[in-house]
Design a protein around this ligand. Structure first.
Ligand code: FAD
Ligand code: NAP
Length: 523
C-alpha cells in the first residue's frame, strides 16, 4: 500500500491532469501485491458496497478478490451474486411496486377513455410476475459476473471468514476450503432479516428474502413490522390483490417525520390495508388446511387477537452478518451489541481492515450509501485521496402506495435541535393533475419544507408524499447539498404541470394557521 500511494503521489506531480491513466494502472499492477500477499484487497461480500469498492480499487490499479456467498433463507430461498439490492431488495421491490401501480392504472385508464374488456376480471398472474422479476435478476447476476471477469477481479463463491488479520478462509459450496492473503480487507457482508423469537416464526413465516420468488400467490398476508420493508410489502401486496394486515409495534416508520408517516399510513388504510397499532406477534401455527393462525397482543389494551392468513411475512429489521466471519481472529473488536461494526471513516480498530454498507453501525442502510462509501474508500486506500463519505442529508424514498420521499431532518428533529421558535415549516396539500380524471384520492398528497426561521431560511428538511416521490426528491437533495434556502426555493420557477413544482409553490407556514389546501390547480 505504501508503494502504491507513493507511486500515486509521484505520478500526480509529474502528470497532474491525468490521475488514473493507463500508465499509472500498469505501473501499479506491476507493483501490486508485492511482498507476501496474494491480493492488495480482499472484499468479503459481493453486494452494493463490496462490489463498488472492489471495482474502484481495480480502477486504481489494485489486485482484488471478492468473496460472496448466500446462505439460504430458513425457507430455502437462495440467489446469485450482487447482494441484497439486486436479488432480494431494491430491484425486485421496485418491480413489484411498479406491477402494483400498473394494475391500478388499468382501472384509471378506463376513466381516460381506454376500452378494457372487463375491469372486474383484471387480476395479477403471480407466477408470471415472479418469473419476470427473477429473469431480470438473473440477467443482472450474469452481467455482474462478466463485469468482474472483465475487470480481472477474482470472484470466489465461498463463505469468507478471517483466519488471521491478513488471511481469509473461503468455504466453498462443496465444503472445500480456499485460503488467501490480502494486504487490506473490506468487510461488506450486509445483513439478513431478523426473526422475532415466537413459536412458528422460523418454520412457517417468510421474509423479504422469500417474497419476490414465492412459488405460489401469497394470498391474505399478515406483515409483521412497520418499517420500510413492512409498509412497502404490505403496499404492493394489497394493490396486487392480496389483502394485507400490518402489525405495528410502536409507530410506523419510527425515526421518520411522524406527520408524514401518518399521511403515508392514512393512504394505506384508505386503500384497504388493515393496520393493527401497538401490536406484537405471539405465535404462528400451521393448520391442517395449510392456513396460518397468527396470534398477537395489543400492548396497550393487553387484548389478544387471532386471525387466519395464507402468508405471514416478517419485516422486523435486519441483523449484520458479522458473527460468521470470525472477527476475533482478525483482532477486530469495534462491534456493537447488535453485531454491527463501529468504524469512523469506514476503518476498524485494525488499520488495514475496513467496513462499508449495511454492516456499519449508525449509517443509513441504503444501496447508494454503500456504493458511494465503497468507492470513496477505495480511492483513499489506493490513490491517496482524502475525501470522506458524508452520511448527512442522504435522500431516501419509501415505495408505499403513495410514495414518501425525504431529505434532511424531520420536523421533530429540527424542533429538538433548534427550538420550535427558530423553525419555520412551510406546507401544502396539492392536487396532481393526473389525479383529476379518474378522481383519485388526493387527501394524502402533502408536502412540507422544514427551515430555519431566520432569513434566508436555510432548509433543514424536505418531505413529499405523492406519486414518483423518489424522482421528485432526488434533485432537491442536490440543492440541499448546496445549502438551499426558502428564499431560493420560492424564487425557483416550477415546471408545470408536475408534482415536483409544488415545492416551488410553498408559501403557507404552519405558524400562520392558514389553510394549506389548494384553491385550484394553477393558483
Ligand atoms: P449486501 O447488498 O447485503 O451484500 C452483502 C453480500 O455479502 C451478500 O451477497 C451476502 O450474501 C454476502 N455475504 C455475507 N456474509 C458473507 C461471508 N461471510 N462471505 C461471503 N459473502 C458474504 N436500499 C435502497 O437504497 N433503496 C431501496 O429501495 C431499497 N429497498 C430495499 C428493499 C428490501 C426488501 C431490502 C431488504 C433492502 C432494501 N434496500 C434498499 C437496502 C439495500 O438493499 C442495502 O442497503 C444494500 O444492499 C446494502 O449493501 P451492502 O453491500 O452493505 O450489503
Ligand atoms: P426497520 O425500518 O428497522 O423496521 C423494522 C420494523 O419492525 C419496525 O417497525 C419495528 O418496530 C418492527 N419490529 C422490530 N422488532 C419487532 C418485534 N420483535 N416485534 C414486532 N415488531 C418489531 O427495518 P426494515 O423495514 O427491515 O428495513 C431495514 C433497512 O432496509 C431499513 O433501515 C432501510 O434502510 C433499508 N430499506 C430501504 C428501503 C428503501 O430505500 N425504500 C426499502 C426497504 C429497506 P419499532 O419501530 O417499534 O422498533
Amino acid at each position: 500500500m505504501t508503494i502504491l500511494s507513493n507511486i500515486t503521489r509521484v505520478h500526480k506531480l509529474i502528470n497532474p491532469l491525468k490521475r488514473t491513466d493507463n500508465l499509472l494502472v500498469v505501473i501499479r499492477r506491476t507493483f501490486a501485491s508485492n511482498g507476501s500477499f496474494d491480493y492488495d484487497l480482499a472484499v468479503i461480500g459481493g453486494g452494493s458496497g463490496g462490489l463498488a469498492c472492489a471495482k474502484e480499487a481495480v480502477n486504481q490499479g489494485a489486485k482484488v478478490a471478492v468473496l460472496d456467498y448466500v446462505t439460504p433463507s430458513p425457507q430455502g430461498t437462495k440467489w446469485g451474486l450482487g447482494g441484497t439490492c439486486v436479488n432480494v431488495g431494491c430491484i425486485p421491490k421496485k418491480l413489484m411496486h411498479q406491477a402494483a401501480i400498473l394494475g391500478e392504472s388499468i382501472h384509471e385508464a378506463v376513466a381516460y377513455g381506454w376500452q378494457v374488456p372487463s375491469v372486474e376480471s383484471i387480476k395479477i398472474d403471480w407466477s408470471a410476475l415472479t418469473q419476470a422479476v427473477q429473469n431480470h435478476i438473473k440477467s443482472v447476476n450474469w452481467v455482474t459476473r462478466v463485469d468482474l471477469r472483465d475487470k480481472k477481479i477474482d470472484y470466489i463463491n465461498g463463505l469468507g471468514e478471517f483466519k488471521d488479520p491478513h488471511t481469509l478462509i473461503a468455504t466453498m459450496k462443496n465444503g472445500s476450503k480456499k485460503e488467501l492473503t490480502a494486504r487490506n480487507v473490506v468487510i461488506a457482508v450486509g445483513g439478513r432479516p431478523h426473526y422475532p423469537d415466537i413459536p412458528g416464526a422460523l418454520e412457517y413465516c417468510i421474509t423479504s428474502d422469500d417474497i419476490f420468488s414465492l412459488s405460489h400467490p401469497p394470498g391474505k398476508t399478515l406483515v409483521v413490522g412497520a418499517g420500510y420493508i413492512g409498509l412497502e410489502c404490505a403496499g404492493f401486496l394489497n394493490s396486487l390483490g392480496f389483502p394485507a394486515t400490518v402489525l405495528i409495534r410502536s409507530v410506523p416508520l419510527r425515526g421518520f417525520d411522524q406527520q408524514m408517516a401518518r399521511v403515508v399510513t392514512a393512504e394505506m388504510e384508505e386503500k384497504g390495508i388493515k393496520l393493527e397499532h401497538k401490536c406484537i406477534p405471539l405465535s404462528v401455527e400451521k393448520l391442517e388446511s395449510g392456513q396460518l393462525k397468527a396470534r398477537w397482543l395489543n400492548t396497550e389494551t393487553q387484548e389478544q387477537h387471532e386471525d387466519l392468513f395464507d402468508t405471514v411475512l416478517i419485516a422486523t429489521g435486519r441483523y449484520a452478518l458479522t458473527k460468521q466471519i470470525n472477527l476475533p481472529a482478525a483482532g477486530v473488536n469495534c462491534v456493537s451489541p447488535n453485531g454491527k461494526i463501529i468504524a469512523d471513516a469506514e476503518q476498524t480498530n485494525v488499520p488495514h481492515i475496513y467496513a462499508v454498507g449495511d454492516v456499519l453501525e449508525g449509517r443509513p442502510e441504503l444501496t447508494p450509501v454503500a456504493i458511494h462509501a465503497g468507492r470513496l474508500l477505495a480511492r483513499r486506500m489506493f490513490s491517496g485521496a482524502a475525501q470522506q463519505m458524508d452520511y448527512d442529508n442522504v435522500a431516501t424514498t419509501i415505495f408505499t402506495p403513495l410514495e414518501y420521499g425525504c431529505v434532511g431532518v424531520s420536523e421533530e428533529t429540527a424542533v429538538q435541535r433548534h427550538g420550535a421558535d427558530n423553525i419555520e415549516v412551510y406546507h401544502a396539500y396539492y392536487k396532481p393533475t393526473e389525479f383529476f380524471i379518474p378522481q383519485r384520492n388526493i387527501r394524502n398528497c402533502y408536502l412540507k419544507a422544514v427551515a430555519l426561521r431566520e432569513a434566508p431560511q436555510r432548509i433543514l428538511g424536505l418531505h413529499f408524499v405523492g406519486p414518483v416521490a423518489g424522482e421528485v426528491i432526488q434533485g432537491f437533495a442536490a440543492a440541499m447539498k448546496c445549502g438551499i434556502t426558502m428564499e431560493q426555493l420560492m424564487n425557483t420557477v416550477g415546471i408545470h404541470p408536475t408534482v415536483a413544482e409544488e415545492f416551488t409553490r410553498l408559501n403557507i407556514t404552519k405558524r400562520s394557521g392558514k389553510d394549506p389546501n389548494p384553491a385550484s390547480c394553477c393558483s
